[in-house]
Design a protein around this ligand. Structure first.
Ligand SMILES: [Zn+2]
Length: 462
């Protein structure tokens, strides 16, 4: 969620000033919300002037024609008096836009949808935006970042939107700081399965009409827009519980072989994660194996997607570790992506170490032998094109955590990891927050260590 501003009256009171009460008619001035939130890597993603609480996405998709018709109903609160505001959107043709039930004017400008309501939206007040749209959604292809967003598959579609693909299938405040809850109501031709984040509602019963069936899914914990996921197709679904929570996994029969252990491993890893990282942050878990042809897995909230089925157990460990680190403890800025990937990668090292494999120290020592190129990209500010750099973000990110562990000792390190997940549950953070907490718990000055590991283009001294 966006941070709330201190009301003017509170600032005035603190300064010993009396505010002259504004007359009702002039209580608000209405100005346009900004088109972006100024993220250093994605300055146009996200929008200013409001904070979304809930996305209600009603989708109707036919895999045969690849046609989607949809209505997105967004509930938000204005954080300034708004004369107009933007949503990030590059999906199919818009049919209608309404604000608070009244027709609103709109304009599309690149990836921005600019909405002008009939009257200004007062600061602090709730409003709803309804956008109806239809057509053929398309994936976003970025040279540096690959394929993301709405991706059609042989028998349906899968959505994978990190870092900025949400706009390909729904109008969004597409910045990780504005988390919201989600409802998905999805209609498809009978015989297909629909999966999404969270839990299925009306369990087991899809409403069927004229050859179409409709199911509903609900994500009740705050979620960043890039983690929203829908998967449509033919799936084999398995359900059980782990630590009292639903584990729902599914795979496309074409990836059955590689998905053989998906369900069992997911349960095992979630139980392990709760021991090492503390309580699992969401009300259900799971995973999906499908043929998406993107060559990656993504930690879509509560239910990661594995392209082609999981490569191995460690890929499952990685994506599930993201549920704590990345999804619950989210990013305030994309340049801190190491906080997601370094933790998820280090979780793999820990899992190996705690299941009879080589110690994390051994992996660290092997990687530490790397020369020149390996150390070039700064882990703590890699630049947009390098934000998923394997060496700098995943490996050196994990090494940073191991170097920290060596410096502060196992006891403090493991308490830090749990405290970090617990204190920042369902919020967003920056690297400085992590350094501050590490210093607080260890009583050590850790700036030199983090400077060397995160912000230098040289191999850090040991
Ligand atoms: Zn990852």
């Amino acid at each position: 969620m966006l941070p709330r501003r201190t009301p003017l009256a509170a600032i005035a009171a603190a300064a010993g000033l009396a505010l002259i009460a504004p007359t009702a008619a002039h209580a608000d001035t209405f100005t346009p919300g900004t088109a972006g939130l100024g993220d250093p890597y994605f300055p146009n993603a996200g929008n200013g002037g409001y904070d979304v609480a809930h996305y209600d996405l009603a989708l109707r998709f036919d895999p045969k024609t690849r046609h989607l018709s949809a209505t997105a109903t967004i509930t938000a609160t204005a954080t300034q008096g708004l004369s107009r505001f933007n949503l990030d959107y590059s999906g199919p043709k818009i049919k209608k836009v309404e604000v608070n039930g009244k027709k609103a004017a709109y304009k599309r400008k690149g990836q921005e949808l600019v909405v002008t309501p009939q009257s200004g939206l007062p600061s602090g007040e709730k409003f709803t935006v309804k956008v109806a749209y239809a057509g053929k959604p398309r994936a976003i292809n970025d040279k540096a970042l690959g394929k993301e967003g709405w991706i059609n598959t042989k028998d349906g579609a899968v959505v994978l939107s990190q870092p900025d693909g949400a706009r390909s299938w729904f109008p969004a405040n597409d910045n990780p700081t504005d988390k919201a809850t989600f409802t998905f109501t999805v209609s498809t031709p009978v015989g297909l399965t629909v999966l999404a984040n969270g839990e299925p509602k009306n369990p087991g019963i899809a409403s069927v009409r004229n050859g179409w069936s409709t199911v509903k899914w609900e994500m009740s914990q705050p979620m960043a827009t890039y983690l929203a996921m829908v998967a449509i197709g033919k799936f084999k679904v398995t359900e059980s519980t782990v630590n009292g929570m639903l584990n729902l996994t599914a795979y496309d029969p074409s990836v059955a072989k590689k998905s053989k252990y998906l369900h069992r491993t997911t349960s095992k890893v979630v139980a392990w994660g709760e021991k090492v990282f503390g309580d699992y942050p969401f009300s259900s878990t799971g995973g999906i194996g499908d043929k998406v042809n993107v060559q990656y897995a993504l930690e879509t909230q509560g239910r990661p997607v594995y392209d082609g089925g999981p490569t191995d157990d460690l890929e499952i460990v990685h994506e599930l570790a993201h549920q704590w680190f990345g999804n619950s403890v989210g990013l305030r800025s994309w340049k801190d992506i190491w906080l997601n990937e370094g933790f998820a990668s280090y979780a793999e090292w820990l899992y190996v170490e705690q299941h009879g494999g080589p110690k994390a120290e051994k992996t660290f020592a092997r990687l530490y032998k790397n020369k020149n190129e390996f150390w070039k990209v700064k882990t703590g500010d890699p630049g947009m094109k390098n934000m998923f750099d394997w060496d700098a973000i995943y490996q050196r990110g994990a090494m940073t955590l191991h170097a920290l562990r060596k410096k502060i000792g196992d006891e403090t390190f493991f308490s830090l990891v749990k405290t970090w997940a617990e204190r920042n549950r369902h919020t967003t953070v920056i690297t400085r927050d992590f350094i501050d907490l590490a210093e607080e718990l260890s009583g050590q000055d850790l700036d030199p260590l983090f400077d060397a590991w995160l912000y230098s283009s040289k191999k850090p001294a040991l």
